[in-house]
Design a protein around this ligand. Structure first.
Ligand SMILES: NC(=O)c1ccc[n+]([C@@H]2O[C@H](COP(=O)([O-])OP(=O)(O)OC[C@H]3O[C@@H](n4cnc5c(N)ncnc54)[C@H](O)[C@@H]3O)[C@@H](O)[C@H]2O)c1
Length: 430
């Protein structure tokens, strides 16, 4: 399938020019992100790329002058540091419009990942409704798109059947991200985790399935998690691997088990009613806007490093994780939902570049130029004596690569730098 942007009705695409900055051929009309056809159409290779209009450039575009220019990438122009290729397309006509517009519902859209997803969907021209109860997210996360004419936000719970019924009217795509998230939150509130992760998903799927049977075509995306693999001892996890949970006396497994139930429910609707669904298991998604309040490690480290305080590392710090930038993850999610070959399937999404938590802490300290030190803390001190951790968590991304040609834009250094820069811009906590 080809995703593209067309000049608006009546636009005369004369003299469309593309320049690839940093590429060997500075006049090339294509980049890893997209290309310009002879008819002046902008084509994006990945649907999630954002098109940022730029008034002034730090680079000398030729030929000049351009009446309008677009930087086509999912990395905000302000954050572009290279050396990855970047396409700047110049056009002598007003903003282009996406070829097809969809009516989308995003649950948990005021959360960390949800807010990036909403931005990306709006950028490609979809009409988006967000439902969020602000239990762990906040509508402030949608500041950059507040007041957007294609965005509707509703403060409410996915567990509210009447509200859900109203909100699904006319919807063609549902991204279900609302959930209780975070190891610390789960250790503190196991009951709420189970309730929040199972009942609303069932309600949502019941409503969608009923509409599907009545002829309203709706695609459903479920945000699942690497936690469903539990403590499977394999060094790399693929989507067909067993789920290996610990004892039910250890509340931490309730998160993975509740998300596994969500997966079973979703797949059951696909099998029984032919509902078009896609499930993604996220592996440590990070980036600006993520809060450390619920136990997420990178924002905690960045905050501590910038404040010159110790970085608290649990246990011996030799637990291994892989960190992916939220912009890469959201791009992959949208691509998966735009394909028919992905329906009814489960995909790992994340990075497959492992790092120990201790090395991560040291890298954050170095990149922040911080005088901070590392301080070790036992799991019992951090959570309670029942806590059990996963030592190694690395995804097999073969299926994702085969499905959408997934190539992440950010490496770990770029991710940490992005988080540090964003955190520096935050107003100091009072
Ligand atoms: N961040 C990660 O690394 C990661 C890893 C694995 C899976 N996930 C999954 O991705 C999804 C998004 O996670 P996130 O990191 O953005 O967390 P988040 O806490 O920032 O986002 C979750 C959002 O859902 C909202 N919410 C929760 N219950 C709700 C309800 N009943 N009704 C309405 N809104 C509700 C919260 O207020 C929040 O805005 C979750 O489903 C999570 O399980 C995330």
């Amino acid at each position: 399938m080809r995703h593209g942007f067309m000049p608006p009705e009546g636009g005369t695409p004369t003299g469309a020019v593309a320049q690839v900055v940093g590429a060997p051929n500075p006049r090339a009309s294509s980049s890893p992100d997209g290309w310009v056809s002879g008819r002046g159409e902008i084509h994006c290779r990945r649907p999630a790329v954002r098109c940022h209009r730029i008034e002034r450039f730090p680079v000398n575009l030729r030929p000049q002058p351009a009446k309008a220019a677009y930087y086509v990438s999912d990395i905000p122009f302000d954050n572009y540091t290279g050396p990855q290729f970047l396409a700047v397309f110049t056009f002598p006509f007003p903003p282009f419009r996406p070829i097809s517009v969809q009516q989308v519902l995003v649950t948990g859209g005021a959360g960390f990942i949800g807010s990036y997803l909403v931005e990306a969907l709006l950028a490609r021209g979809d009409r988006v409704t967000v439902i969020d109860d602000e239990s762990t997210g906040q509508f402030e996360n949608l500041r950059s798109v507040a007041g957007h004419s294609a965005l509707t936000v509703v403060r409410g719970s996915v567990g509210d059947a009447a509200l859900l019924h109203r909100m699904l009217e006319g919807v063609q795509v549902v991204y279900h991200l609302a959930a209780a998230v975070g190891v610390a939150l789960i250790a503190r509130e196991p009951l709420a985790t189970i309730e929040r992760n199972i009942y609303p998903t069932q309600l949502l799927l019941d409503e969608i399935s009923a509409r599907h049977k009545a002829g309203q075509g709706i695609r459903f995306f479920l945000a699942s998690t690497s936690e469903v693999y539990g403590k499977n001892p394999k060094p790399v996890w693929d989507e067909e691997d067993d789920l290996v949970f610990g004892a039910t006396t250890r509340p931490r497994w309730s998160y993975g088990a509740s998300k596994a139930i969500d997966e079973f429910l979703t797949l059951a609707c696909a099998r029984q009613f032919g509902l078009p669904v896609v499930i993604a298991r996220f592996f440590n998604v990070v980036g600006p806007r993520q809060t450390g309040a619920y136990g997420m490690v990178l924002p905690r480290f960045v905050e501590a490093a910038l404040a010159g305080q110790p970085l608290v590392v649990h246990d011996d710090g030799r637990q291994v994780r892989c960190f992916a930038h939220v912009a890469d993850v959201v791009g992959a999610v949208i691509q998966l939902m735009n394909s028919n070959s992905t329906l009814g399937r489960i995909f790992n999404i994340g990075s497959d570049q492992p790092i120990s938590i201790l090395d991560l802490a040291n890298q954050v300290i170095t990149l922040a130029g911080s005088p901070s030190t590392v301080q070790f803390q036992t799991y019992t001190e951090a959570y309670d004596q029942d806590f059990e951790d996963i030592r190694l968590r690395v995804p097999d991304l073969t299926r994702l690569r085969q499905a959408i040609g997934y190539v992440p834009r950010y490496n770990l250094g770029g991710i940490i730098r992005d988080c540090i820069e964003a955190q520096k811009k935050q107003p100091p906590a009072r």
